[in-house]
Design a protein around this ligand. Structure first.
Ligand code: HXC
Length: 260
């Protein structure tokens, strides 16, 4: 389905879906229309059995410059409260059940940084810049920035970025564990596709439960998280792919997974 603000593609052979934000003239500012399109595209990825991994990306200059300031600048508190501004269509990325990689080139700032933080893995181009400059606009991060960034890079660095609006480059982001890897800008999509293909080739139940368990680490005390992980691990012994994966290892051959 064509979207006004996104370009999408899906490769049935590999199970990789790519969602590209496509408002280059506004550095992919996250307008209401774009967040609605994104919600719809992500719904489809979760529903389509053959999708094994999603890549969310932007353009060379910007993953996203954040919420569309021109669109939201005149909002009032009652309006944003009653229309449930942010939760209504921003949290969909965080609730995606399939693994999702943010392939970030250029600016990922404000809501753009928060959107990347909602993804499971952030792969950064060497020109990537991350930050939460909302304080300079008289507001503050509103889509999880103070929470997810603090969990990702720690309190002191998060405070510094959120309180000053300074942007950090890809090398600094890698040093503080925000991104899994930095690659050359021209290689970003090849690297992201290769990573996504690998993930999509894994048994689906195991991959989705792994994602669920890692995310649980941010929501629960350790003892509950360990218990949750153990239960998911045990449940995977009910799948054909577990039998195939372990048989193939013992028989020294490649596994042929069915459930994906
Ligand atoms: C609306 C935006 C935008 C945004 C960029 N543009 N970011 N429009 N909302 N968030 C538009 C610019 O107005 C301009 O269009 C065009 O994109 C190119 O941007 P430039 O500023 O000319 O580019 P550059 O000089 O390279 O600077 C890049 C930049 C800067 C540093 C990223 O654009 C910038 O500071 N953008 C705002 C970043 C920000 O404060 N984000 C937080 C938003 S609040 P025109 O037509 O004017 O030339 C937020 C809250 C999220 O995200 C909470 C959940 C909802």
């Amino acid at each position: 389905m064509p979207y006004e603000t996104l370009l999408t593609e899906f490769d049935e052979d590999t199970g990789v879906a790519v969602i590209q934000m496509n408002r280059p003239e506004a550095l992919n500012a996250l307008s209401e229309a774009m967040m609605n399109d994104l919600t719809s595209a992500l719904d489809r990825c979760d529903k389509e059995d053959k999708v094994g991994c999603v890549i969310l990306t932007g353009t060379k200059k910007a993953f996203s410059g954040g919420a569309d300031i021109k669109e939201i600048k005149d909002k009032t508190f009652p309006e944003s409260y009653y229309e449930d501004f942010i939760s209504r269509n921003w949290e969909r990325t965080a609730r995606l059940r399939k693994p999702i990689i943010a392939a970030v080139a250029g600016y990922a700032v404000g809501g753009g940084c928060e959107l990347a933080l909602m993804c499971d893995i952030i792969l950064a181009a060497d020109n990537a810049k991350f930050g939460q400059p909302e304080v300079r606009l008289g507001v503050m991060p509103g889509a999880g920035g103070t929470q997810r960034l603090a969990r990702a890079i720690g309190k002191s660095k998060t405070m510094e970025l959120c309180l000053t609006g300074r942007l950090m480059d890809a090398a600094e982001a890698e040093r503080f564990g925000l991104v899994s890897r930095v690659v050359k800008a021209e290689d970003l999509m090849d690297e992201a596709r290769s990573l996504a293909r690998t993930i999509a080739s894994m048994p689906m139940a195991g991959a989705m439960m792994t994602k669920e368990a890692v995310n649980y680490a941010y929501e629960t005390p350790l003892s509950q998280g360990i218990q949750f992980e153990r239960r998911l691990f045990q449940s995977l012994f009910s799948t054909a792919d577990q039998k195939e994966g372990m048989d193939a290892y013992v028989e020294k051959r490649s596994a042929h997974f069915r459930d994906k």
